[in-house]
Design a binder for this molecule. Structure first.
Ligand code: ADP
Length: 359
């Protein structure tokens, strides 16, 4: 069975084509990227044209398509086969993920036209975190905002946390229902997850991906009163303050140099104190979250590092882990596992279609 995995962003589409022989026996046949969608002077004017180009490029008969969809609200705890009702629901959650869900939806609608007979599956970034208990996802705000607007912690990077969780269990040769894990996805966006017996019980990103760790350009946790204070001091509107918190903060904001950890490590070696400080703040925040999650998990068997920084920068992993576990009787294993969200989406698409007798 050939499964095409699609990750539609607002101006790009990433794809990977898998041949699946049986469960966990996958081979990558092709992969690539279409960029500059909808940009001035671009030949790719929309997602439909982008996906048409991809289908022409791969020259293979596609049996199913799996889509990354960022937000599935509280409705989607599992992957689903896409039909009209699902399309309406994804549309509904565009208000929670205005930068992502519209692009994901555009990809689904384009495939519906291009490959009308092919089954499509949506795999949601939020789904893995739907096991988080109520006391961990409710904010200390008037409760009716939860009822009226759906304001709660959702969490993101779920497919990545899910993938490295399964991979950790495989590498440790221990079943998921015996493992307490802390998974750290450290890329440009960063999030951390407490996984108890295979289920997410807490995660650092919240209603949006802004909460939690210090990221490339996002601020992570701050005193919420700072938002209005800075707006008043600098006479800023809502769009401007959102831009600052999302695009001008984090590693970039503290260092004043870059959001790229490679550059910050390099500058630190050359004696740049702001680059050093940015790294120290980044590392300290991760340590705080890991320590809190050890507490709620009642111990930890392994801490997993993944994504750009987690996979490629052992200096950062070492700084995070130094002295962190000294008080524990049994030290956790430290694992570096490359994430593979496309493979996870492929596995979930295959499992769902097989379970429904579509394979
Ligand atoms: P995104 O969240 O955009 O997918 P990545 O997972 O690529 O981002 O992570 C970006 C971060 O990872 C940057 O801070 C960068 O310095 C670091 N990084 C990415 N690739 C490498 C690499 N090959 N070697 C060292 N650092 C890397």
């Amino acid at each position: 069975m050939k499964i095409l995995i699609i990750n539609c962003g607002s101006s790009s589409i990433k794809y990977k084509l898998f041949k699946v022989k049986k469960k966990h026996k996958e081979e990558v046949l092709d992969s690539g990227l279409v960029e500059h969608i909808g940009e001035k002077d671009s030949l790719i004017k929309d997602h439909y044209t982008g996906l048409k180009t991809i289908l022409e490029r791969i020259e293979e008969k596609v049996d199913a398509v799996g889509h990354r969809v960022v937000h599935g609200g509280e409705e989607f705890k599992e992957p689903v086969i896409i039909n009209r009702r699902i399309i309406m629901a994804i549309k509904k959650y565009c208000r929670f993920a205005p930068l992502h869900n519209p692009a994901n939806l555009a990809g689904i609608l384009a495939i519906k036209k291009l490959l009308p007979r092919v089954k499509q599956v949506a795999v949601f970034d939020t789904a893995f975190h739907q096991s988080i208990p109520e006391y961990a996802y409710i904010y200390g705000l008037p409760y009716h905002y939860y009822k009226k607007y759906g304001i709660r912690r959702y969490g993101f990077h779920g497919t990545s946390h899910n993938y490295v969780t399964e991979e950790a269990s495989r590498r440790l040769k221990r079943p998921l229902d015996k493992l307490r894990l802390i998974t750290c996805h450290l890329g440009n966006g960063c999030s951390i997850c407490a996984v108890k017996y295979g289920k997410s019980i807490d995660t650092s990103m919240g209603f949006t991906p802004l909460e939690g760790l210090i990221m490339g350009t996002r601020c992570g946790d701050i005193d919420p009163a700072l938002v209005t204070y800075i707006m008043q001091q600098e006479s800023l509107g809502t769009e401007e303050i959102e831009e600052i918190l999302n695009k001008e903060s984090g590693l970039k904001g503290i260092s004043g140099i870059s959001n790229d950890m490679r550059l910050l490590l390099n500058q630190t070696e050359k004696g740049n104190l702001r680059a050093k400080l940015a790294i120290e703040v980044f590392v300290y925040r991760i340590k705080k979250y890991i320590s809190a999650y050890i507490g709620i998990l009642g111990g930890v068997d392994a801490v997993v590092f993944t994504a750009g920084i987690g996979q490629n920068q052992p200096e950062i992993v070492n700084m995070v882990c130094a002295d962190l576990f000294s008080y524990l009787k049994k030290k956790p294993k430290i694992l570096v596992i490359p994430t593979n969200e496309e493979l996870m989406i492929c596995r979930q698409t295959y499992a769902l279609l097989k379970g429904r007798g579509n394979v």
